[in-house]
Design a protein around this ligand. Structure first.
Ligand SMILES: Cc1ncc(C[n+]2csc(CCOP(=O)(O)OP(=O)(O)O)c2C)c(N)n1
Length: 895
């Protein structure tokens, strides 16, 4: 940190400033800026360190520790401050009571008292003056509320009459229905919550891409230009999450004038201070300014105004910039005398400055985040900004929650004594009965109470309630094409070979060209379009760039040149799977957020999906996302040379744990076409809140034509792809299950079994072990409770089929193991557990023991353990020898 200096010669300083003021007046801001930059440059050249730019040229990244907007520039407050204070006080009270009562009645369900206490004014000013709900003309502003301040949203909704007492009583008690969810969960409260934010960092990241997606829709002509805003409320601790800061330059690069970050800088997180030995606000200012954001600091409340005015030399501001957050917290907790000591210490000038202030006066010097006048000024400036804006609002964690206020334990505080509740009421001017205090009980004033009337009026003027989520009843959905539209895929590839990724590319093309659906498709990539061989999209639909293409691409003379355009349809996000997921979510929830259905296809290296950005995918499910995740280069042995970090053997297993995800591992192009068609039907025609995860491989082979009557099986999880031919009465039989990349090994194994050992194999393509499991478990549950139930699909398929069952996939064994409970026969699973490594497909499949030969060996071994079998352990040994399998090779997953 560069040392802050005191003004050693105020008269000289004044002369410089006056000179600058007259330059500005006479020559205008451009000239003034030029001269100022020359001065900075000269200082840097001379080795003079400037705050925030040590060793680097550029703008000052940090400004002094005072409010960005001086009192002279504050607009008149347009509301009734007294009534707003009363509304806020009631909300504070009810939020607190809800948590305390839940603790009393339901013990350990928890809640938070302190976070909303610090953010309340920031919400209230927005609710009374800025946040616009949807109307007939516009779907309204998009507000990402701080997840663990949900208590405040519920308290306000109670005051507004949207929630009733019985619901507050069921805060965090949801299983009997009608409860209030702990945090913003659209899945649980679909009419109330719009965005899932409680996994820290995901709200800020989503908000930036949401703001960007709104511009995308407008630039593509799908939505009329609007002044809708995206507001996101984050904690200062939350800013440590890489997701919170990782996409800041997206906003500045794309000149987003519709995003407003509000950071609730109460200086604390869960365990203690965010930066005890530093200054989190100054640090964040540097980060945001460095990323090209406009920063508005709201540090101090109106009580400080006079003091700053009296501080003629700026000594107080210098002192404030030296104070560590840990020191400020200490003084705040320990009262006015401690504050005096901190501010003036042994500095005579500051002591003199504070001499007219009593300790009580000093204790009253508050923080900007709790002063509606300061907050309003900041919001008003923010909505007028031409680029992205952040408001760094300094508050106190647990403001008003007496024993917790500003203390390290604030986050986990869940109790308040009657005396503390009384003190709270006194402080916020709430006149409550003893009964209400003792309860403590909720406070709902009479409907004639001016505060309630005011609140209703304000929300009416801003179009209605927030938060709110809605999908219009009459939302017009595009028609979904019939399966026959994919004829070119369904008929197979003839003599030519193609990978399922190439097939996907063709399917996507058919969708993009469809008159009804085409414009609703949002292809999203994380810098791998060429890897997947889909670069024709560049030219065909254009890469979205709000500034068009201001250069001549070097490949302009090529058919598939790199074409950026303002109305481009392709979201080429650069190398950010998290950013892509945020775009995916924005598109996949567009029906509720923009009242316009969009269908994203995010195609990525499958290893960098569920494993890397799984939490965002989880949030997408919570937000009722509809779209397609295409896990390309999927599988642990299909990718050849790429090795340990790239080869995916687990995404399908993880996907099976995501409630609204339908995960599939197709082997053939026609399976993929059927699945995408089914997904569209689910999401668009039937309006189900599900998303599909489909793997796509880069191994090329002949794509067979679609057999008859397999559609249902493909969608439900398995179908018979080849019936074994019985030759002779005594032939032994096995059931082979294969998936995706390994299905062709399974088919080859069936040939070998027949050819070399006279064993007959029925081969099943299992498109989804996860779906088979989902159905199987539902059936088992129904049986357990004595309910009528149909047979699960896997039982339907395997009933009457003789022989042991062997499954092989390119994924960990736990994936095919998902269906073990529904298989009556012996069941052997082969898979690719352990770390991947680089080599050829053939060698990798041998290494992981999922190649055709190992499948044959597993089938023979399973048969050898059956009663009355003619296959013996000698047969198995013979096969091991015949196929040169090294029985002494180390176990690949035994590490
Ligand atoms: C990804 C993630 N990690 C951990 C948590 C648990 N958690 C909830 S609130 C919190 C502290 C938040 O501090 P801050 O962002 O400063 O917000 P404040 O409550 O101080 O306003 C933590 C760690 C979480 N919700 N999400």
């Amino acid at each position: 940190m560069v040392k802050n200096l005191l003004d050693g010669d105020p008269i000289e300083t004044r002369e410089w400033l006056d000179a600058f003021a007259s330059l500005l007046a006479a020559s205008g801001p451009d000239r003034a800026r030029f001269v100022a930059e020359q001065l900075f440059e000269a200082a840097l050249q001379a080795g003079v360190a400037l705050a925030g730019v040590e060793g680097a040229t550029g703008h000052l990244l940090q400004t002094p520790c005072r409010n960005t907007i001086p009192p002279s520039a504050e607009p008149d407050y347009p509301g009734d401050l007294a009534l707003e204070a009363r509304i806020e006080a009631i909300n504070r009270w009810n939020a607190m009571v809800m948590v305390l009562r839940a603790k009393k009645s339901a013990g350990g369900v928890g809640g938070h008292l302190s976070s909303y206490a610090s953010i309340a004014t920031l919400y209230e000013v927005g609710m009374n003056h800025f946040f616009r709900a949807g109307s007939a003309d516009s779907p309204g502003d998009m507000i990402y509320f701080q997840g663990h301040s949900a208590e405040g949203n519920y308290a306000r909704a109670f005051l507004e009459g949207r929630l009733i007492r019985e619901q507050l009583e069921k805060f965090r008690q949801e299983t009997d229905g009608q409860g209030l969810s702990s945090y913003p969960h659209p899945w649980l409260m679909p009419d109330f919550w719009q965005f899932a934010t409680v996994s820290l960092g995901l709200g800020p990241l989503q908000a930036i891409y949401q703001a960007r997606f709104l511009k995308y829709l407008e630039n593509r002509g799908l939505l009329a230009p609007s002044d809708r805003k995206v507001w996101v409320f984050a904690g200062d601790g939350e800013m440590d999450e890489v997701e919170s800061v990782g996409a800041l330059t997206v906003a500045s690069r794309e000149k987003l004038n519709n995003i407003i970050y509000v950071v609730n800088c109460n200086l604390q997180r869960l365990d203690g201070l965010v930066r005890g030995n530093g200054q989190i606000i100054q640090e964040l200012e540097g980060v945001f300014r460095g990323a090209g954001w406009h920063v508005i600091k709201v540090l101090w409340d109106s009580h400080w105004d006079v003091l700053f005015e009296q501080d003629k030399t700026g000594r107080l501001v210098v002192r404030l910039s030296e104070i560590l957050d840990g020191q400020l917290q200490h003084a705040s907790v320990h009262g006015g005398a401690a504050m005096r000591e901190l501010l003036s210490a042994d500095d005579a000038e500051l002591q003199a400055l504070l001499s007219n202030y009593s300790d009580e006066d000093l204790a009253r010097l508050g923080r900007g985040a709790h002063d509606p006048v300061k907050v309003y000024a900041a919001y008003q400036a923010a909505v007028q900004q031409e680029g992205p804006v952040v408001i760094l609002a300094q508050g106190i964690k647990g403001h008003g929650v007496s024993s917790a206020e500003g203390r390290n334990i604030a986050h986990n505080q869940l109790e308040m004594s009657t005396d503390e509740l009384k003190a709270f009421c006194e402080r916020f001017g709430l006149a409550l009965s003893d009964e209400q205090l003792q309860g403590p009980d909720y406070y709902l004033p009479d409907t004639n109470d001016p505060a309630l009337q005011y609140l209703q009026e304000r929300r009416k003027a801003l179009n209605g309630w927030l938060p709110a989520r809605s999908v219009p009843q009459n939302l017009s959905m595009p028609a979904v094409l019939p399966l026959s539209a994919f004829e070119s895929v369904l008929k197979g590839s003839g003599e030519r070979t193609a990978s399922t990724t190439m097939v996907f590319s063709r399917i996507l093309n058919i969708l993009l060209k469809d008159g009804a659906l085409g414009k609703h498709i949002v292809p999203i990539f994380s810098d791998e379009v060429r890897t997947f061989g889909m670069e024709t999209l560049f030219r065909q639909i254009g890469i979205y760039s709000p500034s068009g293409q201001q250069y001549i691409p070097e490949d302009r003379d090529q058919l598939v040149y790199y074409h950026e355009s303002t109305d481009g349809q392709l979201l080429e996000e650069g190398i950010t799977e998290a950013g892509c997921m945020a775009s995916f979510i924005a598109a996949a929830t567009s029906s509720s957020v923009h009242h316009l259905p969009m269908i994203p296809f995010f195609t990525y290296y499958s290893m960098f999906g569920f494993q890397r950005v799984g939490d965002l995918i989880w949030a997408a499910g919570d937000m009722r996302a509809r779209g397609f995740l295409i896990g390309a280069t999927a599988g642990r042995t299909t990718l050849e040379g790429e090795g340990l970090q790239h080869q995916d053997g687990s995404s399908l297993l993880i996907a099976s744990t995501f409630p609204t995800c339908r995960a599939y591992d197709p082997a053939f192009g026609y399976e993929m076409a059927v699945l995408i068609r089914k997904g569209l039907s689910d999401m668009v025609e039937q309006q189900k809140d599900v998303f599909y995860y489909i793997t796509a491989m880069n191994e090329k082979y002949v794509q067979p034509p679609m057999p008859e009557d397999v559609e249902e099986g493909i969608c439900r999880g398995m179908y018979l792809v080849r019936e074994g031919r019985e030759e002779g009465q005594k032939a032994q039989r096995v059931q082979l299950l294969g998936s995706g990349a390994i299905l062709r090994e399974v088919l080859a194994a069936a040939d070998l079994l027949q050819q070399d050992f006279g064993v007959v194999a029925d081969v099943w393509s299992v498109t989804s072990f996860g779906e088979l499991r989902r159905e199987g478990e539902s059936a088992l549950r129904a049986r357990r409770f004595g309910k009528e139930t149909g047979m699960p699909w896997i039982e339907v398929c395997l009933s009457g089929r003789a022989g042991p069952v062997i499954a092989a996939t390119d994924y960990v064994r736990a994936l095919p193991d998902l269906v073990r409970p529904y298989i009556g026969q012996s069941y052997t699973v082969l898979g690719t557990d352990g770390f991947g490594r680089s080599d050829t497909r053939e060698k990798l499949r041998r290494f992981f023991e999922v190649d055709r030969f190992n499948i044959v060996i597993a089938a023979l071994h399973a048969l050898s353990e059956e009663n009355g079998t003619v296959v013996t352990t000698d047969t198995v040994r013979e096969a091991v020898k015949k196929y040169h399998v090294d029985a002494d090779a180390p176990n690949p997953w035994d590490v």
